[in-house]
Write a protein that binds this ligand. Sequence first.
Ligand code: AMP
Length: 214
Amino acid sequence: MNIILLGPPGAGKGTQAKRLETGRGMIQLSTGDMLRAAVAAGTELGKQAKEVMDSGNLVSDDLMIGLISERLDQDDTKGGFILDGFPRTTAQAEALDVMLEQKGLELDYVIELRVDDAALVRRVVGRYTCAKCGQGYHDEFQKPKVEGVCDVCGSTEFKRRADDNAETVTSRLEAYHRQTAPIIPYYENDGKLKTVDGMAEIDEVTREIEAILG
Ligand code: AMP
């Protein structure tokens, strides 16, 4: 099964993608994670992307399309993939259709996580992850059971994304509404779009997604 998780920053795409990875053996393809890895490694792509990411704007379509096309050629995507953060523009959605056809791949569902804007800033600004295993946490909504210790791997090191601050989140939300939300009708027209209430509890959102995937 190959799906897209669509929604604004903080909607829960990454959280749900991780659960699908564990439960179904699908693989999360997060363009944001790929770009952050490129920034950390100091590659040419990372150098080009860093400033744009810090400002909350979108990296160029050409770079992103090339990145995801190469990634889809790797063998670990064969058991099903979850696109998280791609496509983010109409041009990316159209290019994805072309590349999937060329690669002989099918998209099964596009799952939109719908969340109120007012809730997003609070969700994004408080979030952090375990530096070792990547488990997600939140200052208010999802604290580790023992303060300062990761529930999953016991690590005491955590990290926050450079762009998860109030100012950048506002730009990222604007970019979502201006450039990404317009692709929703594109998927509605081909009957692949399913909408889930992203304001529900994390477990409930997982249940709804599982019900769609069958
Ligand atoms: P994310 O982790 O999905 O929130 O992405 C973090 C940042 O990476 C975004 O704010 C963009 O600057 C950049 N980015 C990630 N995916 C894309 C994409 N598909 N197109 C353009 N920029 C992207």
